[in-house]
Design a protein around this ligand. Structure first.
Ligand code: FPP
Length: 245
């Protein structure tokens, strides 16, 4: 079974999972947080290098205030409780998105988790928080414009690499595989630039039901795909041609 070097996940279906059980939506998010723990652990065990989870989108700010506040509390609690585990398992914590919009308490936990896990090198766990792909691209364009205004960059030097370097994901490789749960088949403003050549796998399981079995099934499907990156033959990550997998 091939293991993606960078796995990105759209964790969808918490609300539907809860509604099916006549529970409040937040109960679905709480159960979803347990799936996050399970999946992080399994990815680390299987040797995933980078795991990026879509935890809160720029659009999610428009949800009812009670749900937004509950999600923020869950995030804060997750970071406080999980940081020691991350350190013990060599997991470096990272975030992408517009941090300025997050409550101060969440920002503090993020800073602490980043600091405590800075020397971890087994896996990078990135949470996309207050994240939108279009917002990220717009912020990168603004950064380039400032550099030009200040005379530190020539507009002629803007290419795919200089642009990638101004995205929140500047230090991350592009995802090899994107999984979306709960049967929806959309990208929903996630990693718009970075998913250009990623394989997409859609799982019917709602996120609270997603665990090791579903993750391995997605990796099996990924292993059967032939990645050609727009070329004629399947290619490996290092650019060597292979017979196809
Ligand atoms: C999508 O389900 C999920 C979210 C908008 C939030 C994701 C949050 C978690 C998995 C829990 C907290 C995260 C961490 C990292 C501790 P939805 O509410 O859109 O579900 P629906 O489409 O069925 O309504």
């Amino acid at each position: 079974m091939d293991i993606p070097y960078h796995l990105a996940i759209i964790m969808d279906g918490n609300g539907r999972w809860a509604e099916k059980r006549m529970l409040p939506r937040i109960a679905g998010h709480r159960e979803g947080a347990k799936s996050v723990r399970r999946v992080v652990e399994e990815c680390r065990r299987l040797g995933v290098g980078y795991l990026t989870l879509y935890a809160f989108s720029t659009e999610n700010w428009g949800r009812p205030r009670g749900e937004v506040e509950a999600l923020m509390r869950l995030l804060e609690q997750f970071l406080r409780e999980e940081t020691p585990q991350m350190v013990a398992n060599g997991i470096r914590f990272n975030v992408i998105g517009d941090m300025q919009r997050l409550p101060e308490a969440v920002r503090q936990e993020i800073t602490a988790a980043r600091k405590k896990t800075a020397d971890c090198h087994e896996m990078v766990l990135t949470l996309a928080l207050s994240y939108g792909g279009r917002d990220e691209i717009a912020r990168a364009a603004r950064r380039l414009a400032v550099e030009i205004e200040e005379g530190r960059l020539d507009s002629q030097d803007i290419d795919e690499n200089t642009f990638s370097g101004r995205l929140d994901t500047a230090d991350l490789p592009d995802p090899d595989l994107l999984i979306r749960t709960s049967g929806e088949k959309r990208i929903s403003n996630f990693l718009l630039w970075q998913l250009a050549y990623s394989e997409l796998v859609f799982s019917e399981a709602h996120w609270p039901e997603f665990g090791g079995t579903e993750l391995r099934a997605a990796f099996e499907e990924f292993s059967r795909r032939k990645r050609r990156f727009g070329l004629l033959r399947a290619k490996t990550e290092k650019g060597l041609s292979v017979g196809g997998r």
